[in-house]
Design a binder for this molecule. Structure first.
Ligand SMILES: CCCC/C=C/CC(=O)SCCNC(=O)CCNC(=O)[C@H](O)C(C)(C)COP(=O)(O)OP(=O)(O)OC[C@H]1O[C@@H](n2cnc3c(N)ncnc32)[C@H](O)[C@@H]1OP(=O)(O)O
Length: 390
C-alpha cells in the first residue's frame, strides 16, 4: 500500500545498533516540553530504518499524524468510492479532527519511538537458524522425512498475502521433488491462518480493478491447482483458528489434525464473496449438502470437534499436548514405505483430478466477478475501518 509522506519512503534495512541508538534518542526526546520539529524529522528518518513492516493499520496512523502535523486538520473532499487506498488514508486523517499540530507531532514521535523499540527486540526470532533460505513469509524445514511449511506472519494471524500464496506454491513445488515422505502445512502463533489478507484488495490503483480481479483469479487458480495436483501425502496441522481459504482447501488434504482450540470459519457471504478452494464440491461430499450450506452460505463457525464430527478434520487433540502427539504420529507415518504411500495417494486423487480442476475454474470465474461487487468492497472497507470483524 503506497502511503504518502514519511511512510512512502518505507525501506527496511539498517543495522540494529543504529536502530537502538535512534530509538533511545527518540525516547529521550519525549520531554514535558513536547516534541520539536527536529524530533519530528528524526522520527521520519527513523521510520525508514525499521526492519519489520509495522502493518497497514499503523502506517495509516503514521500517515494521518504526519498530515495533521504538516497541514493541520483534513479539509479536502473525500476520495471516490473506488479509490480505496486514498479513501482509507483520508478517513485516517479526518478521524484526527481538530487535533492540534503540536499534539499530532508528539504522537507521531511517540509512535515511531514505540515501533523502533519493538523492532529492535523482535529481531531475535526462534526458528531463524533452521529456516531454509529463500522464503520471507514462511519457515520451511525438513526433518525425519517430513517437510514442514509454516506460515509465518503471526502478528497478522497468518493472513495470506500475494507473496505468501506464491511462496507456498514454490515450497510445495520444491517439496514434491525433495526426499520427504510427508508434507505438513501449519501456522506460527495463535492462528493457523485468517485467510486471504484483505489488504490484497486495497492495493489496486483506480481504473485497474478489473485487471487486478483477473490476476487474483489466475493466482487463486494456480494456488488451488497446486493442492489438487500435489503428489505426496499432505497434512494440515491446525494449531489455531482457521478462516476462509485456509479452511476451504482442507478438502484437498489427506489428513487434517486440529488442536481443540482451532475453529473453522468460511464467512464468504459476509464478505460479499463466494466459496473457493474446490469447497463447493468437496464440502458437500465430505459433510453432506445441509452442513456444507450452513458453513459456506451462512458462515457458521465450527469448533474443532464439530469439524471432526462432520468429517472435515481427521482427529482433534488437546491443545496442551497437540504438537507432541501430532509430531509423534507423523514421524511414525513418515517411516512407512514411501513409494507405496505416494502411489496410494495418487490412485485416490487421480479419480477426481479432472473434476476438481473444473470446479476450481468455475469457482474462480464467479469470484472474479464478486471481487468487483459493492458488497465485497464495502465488507473490506468495514474491516479496515474497524467497523466489522468476524
Ligand atoms: C487472491 C486470492 C484470494 C482468495 C480469497 C480467499 C477468501 C478468504 O480467505 S475470505 C477470509 C478473509 N479473512 C477475514 O475476513 C478475516 C479478517 N480478520 C478478522 O476478522 C480478525 O482479524 C480475526 C477474527 C481473524 C482476528 O481478530 P483479533 O481481534 O484476534 O486480531 P486482530 O487485531 O483483528 O488481528 C491482528 C492483526 O492482523 C490483521 N489481520 C488479521 N486478519 C487479517 C486479514 N485476513 N487480512 C488483513 N489483515 C488481517 C489485523 O488487521 C491486525 O492488524 P493490525 O495489528 O495492523 O491492526
Amino acid at each position: 500500500m503506497a502511503l504518502a509522506g514519511a511512510v512512502r519512503c518505507w525501506r527496511p534495512g539498517a543495522g540494529p545498533s543504529s536502530l537502538q541508538m535512534q530509538a533511545l534518542s527518540l525516547h529521550m526526546s519525549k520531554t514535558a516540553m513536547g516534541a520539536s520539529q527536529k524530533d519530528f524529522e528524526s522520527a521520519m528518518n527513523q521510520v525508514k530504518l525499521l526492519k519489520k513492516d509495522p502493518g497497514n493499520e499503523v502506517k495509516l496512523k503514521l500517515y494521518a499524524l504526519y498530515k495533521q502535523t504538516t497541514e493541520g486538520p483534513c479539509n479536502t473532499p473525500r476520495p471516490g468510492v473506488f479509490d480505496l487506498i486514498n479513501k482509507a488514508k483520508w478517513d485516517a486523517w479526518n478521524a484526527l479532527g481538530n487535533l492540534p499540530k503540536e499534539t499530532a507531532r508528539q504522537n507521531y514521535v511517540d509512535l515511531v519511538s514505540d515501533l523502533s523499540s519493538s523492532d529492535s527486540s523482535s529481531q531475535v526470532k526462534p526458528e531463524t537458524d533452521r529456516k531454509q533460505p529463500g522464503y520471507e513469509t514462511l519457515v520451511v524445514t525438513s526433518e525425519d522425512s517430513i517437510t514442514k511449511i509454516m506460515m509465518n506472519r503471526p502478528a497478522k494471524k497468518n493472513a495470506l498475502t500475494i507473496q505468501m500464496y506464491r511462496e507456498i506454491m514454490l515450497a510445495l513445488e520444491a517439496a514434491s521433488k525433495d526426499d520427504s515422505t510427508i508434507i505438513v502445512l501449519t501456522g506460527n502463533g495463535d492462528y493457523y491462518s485468517s485467510g486471504n489478507d484483505l489488504m490484497n484488495f486495497m492495493n489496486t490503483p483506480p481504473g485497474e480493478m478489473e485487471k487486478e480481479a483477473k490476476n487474483g483469479a489466475i493466482l487463486l487458480r494456480d494456488f488451488v491447482g497446486c493442492f489438487i495436483d500435489f503428489p505426496k501425502p499432505l497434512v494440515a496441522v491446525i494449531n489455531g483458528p482457521a478462516v476462509g481459504i485456509s479452511v476451504t482447501i482442507l478438502g484437498l488434504f489427506d489428513l487434517v489434525y486440529a488442536s481443540d482450540r482451532a475453529t473453522f470459519h468460511t464467512p464468504f457471504t459476509h464478505l460479499g464473496q463466494s466459496p473457493e478452494g474446490c469447497s463447493s464440491y468437496t464440502f458437500p461430499k465430505i459433510m453432506g449438502q445441509a452442513k456444507a450450506a450452513e458453513m459456506l452460505m451462512f458462515g457458521k463457525k465450527l469448533t474443532a470437534r464439530e469439524a471432526c464430527a462432520q468429517g472435515l478434520v481427521t482427529e482433534v487433540f488437546p491443545d496442551s499436548t497437540f504438537q507432541k502427539e501430532v509430531w509423534t504420529r507423523l514421524k511414525a507415518y513418515s517411516k512407512l514405505p514411501r513409494n507405496a504411500l505416494h502411489i496410494s495417494k495418487q490412485s485416490i486423487r487421480n479419480l477426481e483430478k479432472e473434476k476438481l480442476h473444473a470446479v476450481n475454474a468455475e469457482e474462480n470465474s464467479v469470484l472474479q466477478e464478486r471481487w468487483l461487487s459493492d458488497e465485497c468492497m464495502n465488507a473490506v472497507m468495514s474491516f479496515f475501518s474497524r467497523k466489522a470483524k468476524l
